[in-house]
Design a protein around this ligand. Structure first.
Ligand SMILES: NC(=O)c1ccc[n+]([C@@H]2O[C@H](COP(=O)([O-])OP(=O)(O)OC[C@H]3O[C@@H](n4cnc5c(N)ncnc54)[C@H](OP(=O)(O)O)[C@@H]3O)[C@@H](O)[C@H]2O)c1
Length: 327
């Protein structure tokens, strides 16, 4: 797999990373440890060098999986993790106070079996803590050698500018896919201006763009998609126009819908590195295959024209999480 630079930070990663969240958190019961480690190690064997986790993905459980899976190749991989919630639970509210950031860093280092974190993201902007204090704390951790690069997630224009003035932001991780194109308005131009890399999360639209999901799909009762308006039965039915589009392009390109979704993201900017997630070995290989697919300018123009004509239904987050959307 080819390598990409995340902006001007000097941080180089495989062009497709691997999102580890679903192995422990978010989409139903956690995968058993043996299988989860096998998937992470397979991603590495297939050329992935960029792995994404967070404290909140199972209160450290996901970081521990990564530590077990990759400690023997630690110097060959880039590990990104995130701080910013109280008690390591996104239901307990935000907390990016300096002492909490430091506590998360120490826990993450232990769980990941490492003495440095390559990329330490603030998971969500905390309205109670000036972003300068957050950036300043990460700057100190960088000076101490515990962290290599600073990142933000779902942050808005003003927060990114303010933080970047204190400690350069290497990467922004926010949702971006054919299913959520809002970053194209203000965020992508800002990242281009500041030389910040972009790591799109949920690049497969949380699975929707793969065509393996429809209005009849039943989610496990612990799956967050049950409470996401965009994933209500009615909205899945209403939004199937985008699945039809991606499936049509996939057939034309002799690829799968997941591969089209990833190739489309990779084609947007050379400093974008998406992080698809899966709990399944076969899907891992399929997704990584998306990096081999190049969409021509004509293909992209045609796809974007079709996307512009689709109005997607449903908010992406429920009201309980709405306060966590970027400012
Ligand atoms: N910063 C943030 O706030 C934030 C938020 C969300 C996610 N993330 C990060 O981004 C990563 C990826 O996002 P995500 O997991 O939300 O969404 P995603 O990668 O867009 O989609 C994952 C979903 O798609 C399914 N899937 C994956 N490959 C597939 C394929 N080839 N065919 C059919 N289904 C497929 C997976 O199910 P199976 O497991 O059954 O394959 C899973 O349900 C996460 O792991 C996490 O690291 C960050």
């Amino acid at each position: 797999m080819k390598t990409r630079q995340l902006g001007t930070s000097g941080l180089a990663v495989s062009e497709l990373g691997f999102g580890c969240m679903g192995l422990s958190h978010g989409y139903g019961p956690a995968t058993n440890e043996k299988d989860a480690i096998a998937v992470i190690q397979k991603a590495y064997e297939l050329g992935t060098t960029f792995f994404d986790t967070a404290e909140v993905y199972g209160q450290g459980a996901n970081e521990q999986l990564l530590g077990k899976a990759l400690h023997h190749v630690r110097d060959k991989v880039i590990i990104a993790t995130k701080f910013g919630f109280q008690n390591g639970r996104n239901t307990d509210g935000l907390n990016s106070r300096p002492e909490r950031i430091r506590q998360v860093a120490e826990n993450s280092l232990r769980y990941l079996q490492t003495d440095y974190i390559d990329l330490f993201y603030q998971h969500r902007v905390d309205p109670d803590v000036p972003v300068e204090d957050v950036a300043g704390t990460v700057k100190d951790l960088i000076a101490e050698g515990k962290v290599k690069h600073f990142g933000m997630s779902e942050a808005g224009v003003q927060s990114i500018r303010r933080a970047h003035a204190v400690q350069p932001v290497a990467a922004l991780q926010s949702e971006y896919s054919m299913f959520w194109r809002e970053p194209e308005n203000e965020i992508i131009p800002l990242l281009q201006e500041l030389g910040i890399g972009f790591v799109p999360f949920s690049p497969l639209g949380k699975g929707f763009l793969t065509g393996k999901m429809n209005a009849n799909t039943e989610f496990d009762k612990t799956d967050w998609r049950n409470v996401m308006p965009r994933f209500s039965k009615e909205n899945r039915e209403a939004n199937k126009t985008i699945v039809d589009l991606v499936t049509k392009i996939a057939t034309e390109q002799n690829a799968t819908p997941a591969q089209i979704a990833l190739a489309w993201l990779l084609a947007q900017k050379p400093w974008i590195a998406p992080i698809p997630g899966t709990t399944k070995m076969s899907r891992l290989e399929e997704n990584i295959g998306g990096a081999d697919l190049t969409l021509s300018d004509d293909d992209l123009a045609e796809i974007n024209k079709a996307l512009d004509n689709i109005t997607l239904q449903g908010e992406r987050y429920p009201a309980i999480l709405a306060g966590l959307q970027g400012k």
